[in-house]
Design a binder for this molecule. Sequence first.
Ligand code: SF4
Length: 337
Amino acid sequence: MLTFCQLFLEVDFPDHCVLGLMFMKCHFCDEKAVVEFGLENNKPLCKNHFVELFEKHVFYTFDKYHFLDSVKKISVATSGGKDSVSVLYLTKKYVEVNSLDLELEALIIDEGIVGYRNKTLDDLKRICQENSINLKIISFKQEFGVSLDEVVRIMNKKRNEKVIACSFCGTFRRYLLNKYSRDADVIITGHNLDDEVQSIVMNFFKSNVDLLPRLGIINGVLTDEFFTPRVKPFYFCKEKEIFAYSILKGFGLNYTECPYAKDAYRENVRSFINDLELDDKNIKYKIAHSFLKILPDLKQVYKDDLTENSIKRCNICNEPSSTEVCRTCSLMKEIKS
Ligand code: SF4
C-alpha cells in the first residue's frame, strides 16, 4: 500500500518515513507538506521549503565550524549511499556558491561486497559524472589481495564461528581512507546525527569512554601530519531528513543496505535509540548536545592519546599506529596465515 508520502511525492518511501502529514499545509506556504523538519518544534514543509531549509542548515554548519578555511583540497569520503551522495553534492554546491578556489575529489573504498557495493558504486560514478567530480576508487582486493566477502569466508572458517564483518571492514576502511586522502587538507564525511548518537551510546555501553574524544563535529588527530582532519556537515541532520533530501533532489539511488549491517552491534543500538525517539523526538539532539558540552573536558582528560606523542609508525606498513604493528596489519596477518 502507498504511504501518504509516496502519494505526495510519487516516490518509494520506506515505512519509517511515514510522517502522518496528510492534509497538512507547509508552514511557510499553501503547498502540501511532505516532510517535517527543524530543531525542537518540527514543522511540516513542502518540497521546496524543505530543500531550501535543509541546505541552509547544512551551509550554516560549514560556516559556523569553518570547515573550509585555508583549505586547498577536499576529499569527500563517499559510499554511493544517500548520506555521502548528499554531502558530496552539497559540498560542491557550497564551494560554488561561495566561489571557493579549491580542488574537490570523491573517494570511495570498494570493500568487495557482492550485490551491494557494486550497485552503490554505479550510482556514485553516475553522480560524479553528472556533477563533473573526480572520483578516486580504492579497493580491498587491490590493496590487501582479498575482498571483504573473502575475508568473512576465510575468518568464519579459521575462527570456527560467524565473525562480524564490520569489525574488519571498519578497520580497513579507516586505514585506506586515511592513506588515500593524505594529499587533502580535509576529509568530509556523510556522518549524520543518528550515526553520531549511536557511536556515543555504543562507546558508553561498551565501556570505551577513551574513544569518545575521537568523536565530534571535527575529528581526527589534528596534530599529526599523517592524519587528515575529518568534518561532518550533517552532524545536526537526522538520517530521515537526509533520506528525504536525496529523494526530493532526485538522485535516483539504489538505497541498498549492506547485507552485513544487520549483524552489527550498532544495529541494536540504532533500534534502541529509534524506540526512545518515539516518545521524545528531540532525544537525538539532546544526546549530541550533551556530548558536545562534555567533549572539551574529555579531550583534556585523554589529551595524551590525541597528540603526536602517542602516534608511532607501524613496523610493517609504516602507517600511523598506537602500537608496534597496526590493527590492519595484525588482522591481515591472521587472514593470510
Ligand atoms: Fe562495512 Fe559493516 Fe558498513 Fe557493511 S555495514 S559497509 S560491512 S562497516
